[in-house]
Write a protein that binds this ligand. Structure first.
Ligand code: NAG
Ligand code: NAG
Ligand code: NAG
Ligand code: NAG
Ligand code: NAG
Length: 299
């Protein structure tokens, strides 16, 4: 009886398995007919650009009427792309409680977009700058919304320029204390985001004290010389979510498929990216391939 039962069970399992296999075939056949080829193509196209990254914009452009329009157009026409934008009225917030009328008119326009995170520029001179002055700059940005009685005249964090590459315990303490300062400052919410700009891969002990670090800020040629994307792969204790790359002086013939290849390569390794073909004053205007770059970031 024990044996008979065993055999019968085996037979049952067997037929159940073949029913599952049959059902699977039928299911696949139905899918092949039902899913239009276009959907498959779209999915493949989307995947082929790899992970999405944010557009990172050092906006060192004076906001005379109209000059920020290329950025605002890109932001409003690409709601699926996030933009991190560095605001820099005067190598920092400037000497006054509020920046001039062109800034106070243009900044709130950008700040109102959900896909935008504005950051205030603050120099640190490789941590040699008087930290009281650095704190004062941070406080000035944080006070913008209250001082202007305009909640949209606001930044959501700080971009610390010229942070060190070589490890130094005092420098790390300096940066860590500034990060804590930003994190608890209500006027910089809700993100209270911190970016460091050593412009090269710094000692990895610095990475954890920022939300994002600019590990590359140089020309396209330098990017190629340093073996491009591989440069970012071997950064200890890091992952792409905390890395930012800025590549300027891209030759004009790098466009179309070649620009697509470049953007794809950098997207694989950095969560925030700026790529410009300008080779002088690269942050003070928008290059003629700005729209192509943003479209590739949206792909
Ligand atoms: C864009 O920002 C939104 C809101 O913060 C977030 O949910 C989304 O994951 C971001 N996308 C990318 C690609 O960073
Ligand atoms: C705004 O910019 C324009 C053009 O540069 C300039 O003429 C004007 O004086 C500026 N306005 C303020 C309030 O600074
Ligand atoms: C740093 O700046 C503060 C405030 O202006 C000043 O009191 C202090 O003496 C400065 N420290 C140094 C080392 O210059
Ligand atoms: C804005 O800042 C200026 C200069 O520090 C100050 O005189 C003024 O009272 C502030 N206004 C508000 C509303 O906080
Ligand atoms: C990537 O780094 C961020 C920031 O340090 C951290 O929060 C996150 O857990 C890391 N992710 C992975 C997969 O290691």
């Amino acid at each position: 009886m024990g044996l008979e039962q065993h055999v019968r069970r085996k037979g049952f399992l067997k037929s159940k398995r073949s029913r599952i296999i049959l059902a699977t075939f039928v299911f696949i056949a139905i899918l092949a007919v039902v899913i239009p080829p276009a959907v498959v193509v779209t999915l493949r196209k989307k995947n082929s650009m790899g992970p999405k990254s944010k557009v990172f914009v050092p906006l060192y452009v004076y906001p005379a009427p109209g000059t920020w329009d290329p950025l605002e157009n890109a932001i409003s026409t690409h709601p699926d792309v996030n933009f991190t934008v560095i605001i820099n009225p005067g190598s920092g917030p400037g000497p006054n409680a509020l920046p001039d009328g062109n800034y106070t008119r243009e900044i709130p326009k950008l700040a109102r977009y959900e896909n935008v995170r504005l950051l205030g520029y603050v120099p640190t001179t490789y941590t040699k700058r008087n930290i009281s002055l650095v704190r004062k700059d941070i406080e000035t940005y944080a006070a913008w919304p209250t001082n202007s009685s305009n909640p949209d005249l606001a930044v959501r964090g700080i971009f610390f320029d010229e942070t060190p590459q070589q490890y130094d315990a005092k420098a790390l303490a300096y940066l860590q204390s500034l990060t804590s300062f930003v994190k608890k400052m209500p006027g910089l919410g809700p993100d209270n985001f911190v970016v460091h700009n050593p412009g090269v891969v710094p000692d990895s002990r610095y990475l954890a004290s920022a939300d994002s670090t600019v590990v590359f800020e140089a020309t396209y040629d330098t990017f190629l010389e340093r073996q491009g994307a591989d440069l970012f792969r071997n950064i200890p204790d890091s992952n792409r979510s905390q890395l930012c790359a800025v590549i300027h002086s891209v030759p004009d013939n790098i466009e179309g498929p070649e620009l697509r290849g470049l953007v794809k390569r950098v997207r694989r390794v950095a969560d925030e990216i700026f790529i410009t073909h300008l080779s002088t004053d690269y942050y003070s205007s928008f290059g003629n391939k700005w729209d192509q770059f943003v479209d590739l970031m949206a792909a």
